[in-house]
Design a protein around this ligand. Sequence first.
Ligand code: IMP
Length: 195
Amino acid sequence: MKKLLLATNNAHKLEEIHQITKGRFEILSLKDVDFVGEIPETSPTIEGNAIQKAQFIHDLFNMDCFADDTGLEVEALNGEPGVYSARYAGESCSFQANIAKLLEALDRKINRKARFRTVIALIVDNQLFTFEGIVNGEISARQSGNAGFGYDPIFIPVGYKVSFAEMDAALKNKISHRGLATAKLIEFLEGLPLK
Ligand code: IMP
């Protein structure tokens, strides 16, 4: 089975990617390679950050690897928080602080359209490839559900009446930004010649 190192310190993401790729690829975590530390993400774009993270880990371990970067892009806020989604309410802030700030920013706004956008950067055989996944939806007025992470309790995907945080993991993974980008990654990897 093909081995890939996933360049993330986010345990939720690792778990989601494990579930999505189960049985098809062996995903190694940074713990498996004894990496402790921060991965730089200083680019002003989601694509740039995904590439920067993958390149950083690839340079350190010289292994096939991939990284993802995600942003929540809110139409009425001109695409904010976007690439700054993790630190919208400040450096090292909690998911709750981000949610509170976003609900405040959208207070009384009629347009609540938003989308999650993930870019995965893959480096395989020293070549770089990117894959994008987008899920459209809207930001609810209040939080609901306990599953998932991040902005899940206030994001209702198009075609559903419940938030990501009210869905079971299998459904979220099937329709989510990361699920869609990962499906493209898998399709690509499965098309590569076996070594
Ligand atoms: P990252 O840079 O890919 O780690 O994502 C940035 C931020 O976007 C995270 O800290 C979360 O707040 C948010 N985020 C990413 N993916 C999801 C998701 O699937 N659901 C909810 N929030 C997410």
